[in-house]
Design a protein around this ligand. Structure first.
Ligand SMILES: [Zn+2]
Ligand SMILES: [Zn+2]
Length: 282
């Protein structure tokens, strides 16, 4: 395994289990060169997973202190996994500047643009939530619902500035072969449209192992078909575990590297003192 860094980590500041120092100690133990913290950005409505309003200062100052304490052993990075919800979420550049972040992961967990009457939660542990939203907001029209997800990602790419796109095809997680197939023409065309935009905007695609180790998906986010197009389009990638516990910081990284190689991808992006560069996987 060559990937000894993880840029997607949640602690008890959002929906993770433990204090930041516990993740860093585990990363040092595993010989990591860098660990990035990426709490969920604050959202303007009640929810169970994001940073609480007003807690950004405590989060950022704790991570900065730890960066100093551990500077001789590991590079500690300060980031956010920013939710993109048109008309509701805070601009990414504003977040980055005001909090002094190293980078932003842009993600879509909620599809729609108004709370509570039109916001479909596509993530979380329960597929019932997904199914209920599909029925309530889209009358059960899966094609319309899935199109809204990919178009919201396109809108994020067009309107926001960020380094990494999080769990690109998470929309498939609660589908589990029930509503649509990924080889259907309309789905493949949505994916292609978004990948063209990602290549144009030069965003790094995260290869996220969490769905597999949590038993919620039998493939990576994104899966093999998308990874092959990513290779063809020469889009940079980074492997992450989206860790919510210290024991999860490098789960299935070996398996993810094998999949990348199978798809022809031979390098991953690495952050080093403000600059993203490519490092080979062998
Ligand atoms: Zn996420
Ligand atoms: Zn996450």
């Amino acid at each position: 395994m060559n990937t000894l860094h993880n840029y997607h980590t949640h602690t008890h500041y959002s929906d993770g289990s433990s204090a930041p120092v516990e993740y860093i100690e585990e990363a040092v133990r595993q010989g990591f060169s860098a660990l990035g913290f990426s709490e969920h950005s604050v959202l303007p409505f009640e929810n169970t997973f994001a940073l609480k309003p007003g807690s950004e200062a405590a989060y950022t100052s704790e991570i900065r202190k730890l960066r100093e304490t551990f500077s001789d052993r590991i590079e500690v990075l300060l980031a956010l996994e920013a939710d993109y919800i048109p008309t509701l979420s805070t601009g990414f550049e504003k977040l980055k500047q005001s909090l002094g972040l190293d980078y932003i992961i842009g993600s879509v967990h909620l599809v729609g643009n108004s709370y509570p009457d039109n916001l479909w939660f596509i993530d979380g542990p329960k597929r019932e939530t997904y199914d209920e939203g599909l029925k309530q907001f889209y009358n059960g029209d899966i094609r319309k619902a899935v199109t809204a997800y990919w178009h919201q990602i396109n809108s994020m790419l067009e309107n926001e500035s960020f380094a990494i796109i999080g769990h690109l095809d998470k929309i498939k997680m609660h589908n589990q072969g029930r509503w649509f197939r990924e080889d259907e023409k309309w789905y493949a065309s949505l994916v292609n449209e978004t990948l063209a935009l990602i290549a144009e905007k030069e965003v790094i695609v995260e290869v996220n192992t969490r769905g597999i180790y949590k038993g919620r998906s039998d493939s990576l986010f994104p899966g093999e078909t998308i990874l092959r197009i990513i290779h063809e389009r020469n889009i940079p990638v980074t492997i992450s575990s989206d860790a919510h516990q210290p024991s999860e910081i490098s789960l299935l990284f070996g398996q993810a590297e094998e999949m990348l190689k199978k798809c022809g991808i031979r390098s991953v992006s690495r952050y080093n003192h403000g600059i993203w560069s490519e490092v080979g996987i062998v």
